[in-house]
Design a binder for this molecule. Structure first.
Ligand SMILES: Nc1ncnc2c1ncn2[C@@H]1O[C@H](COP(=O)(O)OP(=O)(O)OP(=O)(O)O)[C@@H](O)[C@H]1O
Ligand SMILES: [Mg+2]
Length: 127
């Protein structure tokens, strides 16, 4: 298992910084060419980091680990739980966790000392 993490402040610009961090880590870990899970990892970290900025509104840490699958986790300092919504067709938001759910093998969240850690597991295509 290899793992890297970085802390971010709860500012809008931290979402692209978190995406850049994940991109750099996975590019470093890729044997050659782009990492096969790069696009999926960029999508889920964008959603989880924007939730930390918009909903938790606390500093947050992004963690990337790999053991074949890639695990992306975002830990913030709010105890409020992430709740996957069923947005109506004309709703303009409320799809972030649904996208994470559809993109990942599994996702969940665990309480931490000062808040929670939302994580998801991305698996490489078997083909
Ligand atoms: N890190 C978080 N801390 C606190 N509440 C959260 C967090 N992440 C999600 N939530 C709660 O779960 C709800 C659903 O999150 P989701 O990302 O699916 O939708 P959204 O953020 O409201 O809209 P969108 O992601 O489409 O912009 C949020 O509206 C919020 O109430
Ligand atoms: Mg969201």
């Amino acid at each position: 298992m290899i793992r890297q993490h970085r802390a971010f402040e709860p500012h809008p610009g931290s979402v692209s910084a978190a995406r850049d961090f994940v991109t750099a880590v996975l590019s470093e870990w890729a044997a050659s060419g782009p990492h096969p899970l790069l696009g999926a990892a960029q999508l889920v970290v964008s959603e989880l980091a924007s939730n930390a900025v918009l909903h938790a509104r606390t500093p947050f840490a992004v963690e990337v680990s790999a053991d074949g699958d890639v695990l992306i986790a975002v830990a913030d300092e709010s105890g409020a739980a992430p709740v996957m919504r069923r947005p109506s067709p004309d709703a303009l938001d409320g799809r972030g966790l649904y996208l994470v759910d559809q993109t990942s093998e599994e996702w969940g969240f665990d309480p931490t000392d000062g808040g929670k850690r939302v994580w998801c597991r991305l698996a490489p295509s078997p083909y």
